[in-house]
Design a protein around this ligand. Structure first.
Ligand code: GLU
Length: 427
């Protein structure tokens, strides 16, 4: 993270801008620019060497007017409560923009899984659930994976919740392993969903995906599946960047005629870190971490963390760039947004672009409730339908009212949530 960047202030600034345009009354503004509830707690863990360590955990429930709170849990050494607040707020807009009956929540633990054994991570997962067992549940708040948490973490959390409550509740958490209440297609969903929206943007711009090159920031779950689908559409990805745990910095890996996804996956750790010496042997140029943004490509996909396209580096974006699809949450600051809007780049904003994950989580809950599981094609077809419809609702509004895509997405999402609050008689 750079400087004193505060993601919650950024999320509130984005909200305020659109709330003013919508002439929302003061009470609705006050309600929506802050979380409804939040939980801060300690998770004591007995480490493998017998020592004890206490981790800080959070759950923020931003708004549940449209349904149970929904959103992932991040494990990150730089996690802050303001990051979790921002992410919870973005979840509210995300669920609203794709029109699924869920609210917004987010959780986090300040920890670095790179330095924790699987057993220690299991204890953190179980401790997190024990602290919150009364406040989460299939009909009030449903967590899911996020940065550095996986299906295995979700299964430990499910198991702990069921042990505490003494019953089976497969719908309490999503992103579970397939065969243990998970949905086929959930692993692919965020990356694929992102590319469904990119595909639609390219159609509007009359660009054939086969004539595009893409540069990607990040090489975790979202980036990997986005790259796979871009390749299937005929496009090539020439650059990816990722975090290097050993050097505590990031690098970009470039191959002008297109990276080979499977080849790179063969030299990547479970956190999405690529081994740079092996990459060099395979003919990749290894460049600095910011190089991904300054490539001569048509598509940029920030798929890592927040605060990545800023006032200081937005100027590095080449004129060739036509579309930015935000796979990450909050990658672009409001200052950088202004420059992107002026340049006329087609922005697919985060809470629309990466809504595929939570949409599939919703499908997972539906399947858990029925105790009947769909085939993968059925899941992905339904996902495509939802993402495509949401994309066009936003792009139509953006065209009609001459709004920047992010603002158009906010207009739709805020109106839906504000209406739900009003209909319930909250404001
Ligand atoms: N963590 C993902 C997100 O930011 C997915 C949330 C979910 O599936 O509930 O959208």
């Amino acid at each position: 993270m750079k400087g004193d960047f505060n993601p919650f202030e950024m999320a509130q600034a984005q909200f305020d801008k659109v709330a003013d345009q919508l002439n929302l009354d003061q009470a609705t503004k006050d309600l929506l620019r802050n979380p409804l509830r939040e939980y801060h707690f300690s998770i004591p863990v007995r480490m493998d060497d017998g020592s004890y360590k206490v981790f800080r955990g959070f759950r923020v429930q931003h708004n549940d007017a449209k349904g149970p709170n929904k959103g992932g849990i991040r494990f990150h050494p730089q996690e802050t409560v303001d990051t979790v607040r921002a992410l919870a707020m973005w979840m509210t807009w995300k669920c609203a923009v794709v029109n699924i009956p869920l609210g917004g929540g987010k959780g986090g633990v300040i920890c670095d899984p790179h330095n924790l054994s699987m057993h220690e991570q299991e204890q953190i997962c179980r401790g997190w659930v024990r602290q919150l067992a009364k406040n989460i549940g299939p009909i009030n708040d449903v967590p899911a994976p996020d940065v550095m948490t996986s299906a295995q973490h979700m299964l430990w959390m499910l198991d702990e919740y069921e042990a505490v409550s003494g019953s089976k509740f497969p719908g309490v958490i999503t992103g579970k392993p397939v065969g243990m209440g998970g949905s086929l297609g959930r692993t692919e969903a965020t990356g694929f969903g992102l590319i469904y929206t990119v595909r639609e943007a390219l159609k509007l711009l009359n660009i054939d995906p086969a004539n595009t090159s893409t540069s990607v920031q990040g090489f975790g779950n979202v980036a990997q599946y986005a790259i796979r689908l871009i390749n299937q559409l005929g496009g090539k990805v020439i650059c990816v960047s990722c975090w290097d745990q050993e050097d505590q910095t990031s690098y970009s890996f470039k191959k002008e005629d297109g990276i080979d996804l499977d080849e790179l996956l063969g030299i990547t750790d479970r956190f999405g870190g690529i081994e740079k010496d092996k990459a060099k042997e395979l003919g990749y140029e290894v460049l600095d971490g910011d190089a991904w943004i300054e490539q001569e490509v048509e598509i940029l996909l920030p798929c890592a963390l927040e605060n990545q396209i800023r006032e200081d580096n937005v100027v590095k974006i080449k004129d060739s760039v036509k579309v930015i699809g935000e796979g990450a949450n909050g990658p672009t600051t409001p200052e950088a947004d202004k420059v992107i809007e002026e340049k006329g780049i087609f922005m697919i904003p985060d809470f629309l672009a990466n809504a595929g994950g939570v949409t599939c989580s919703y499908f997972e809950q539906v399947q858990c409730n029925m105790n009947y599981y769909w085939e993968k094609d059925e899941v992905l077809d339904r996902l495509d339908t939802k993402m495509t419809a949401a994309f066009h609702a936003v792009s139509d509004l953006s065209k009609k009212r001459k709004l920047y895509m992010r603002d158009a997405a906010y207009v739709i999402a805020i109106q839906r949530v504000a209406q739900a609050c009003k209909d319930r008689g909250w404001v």
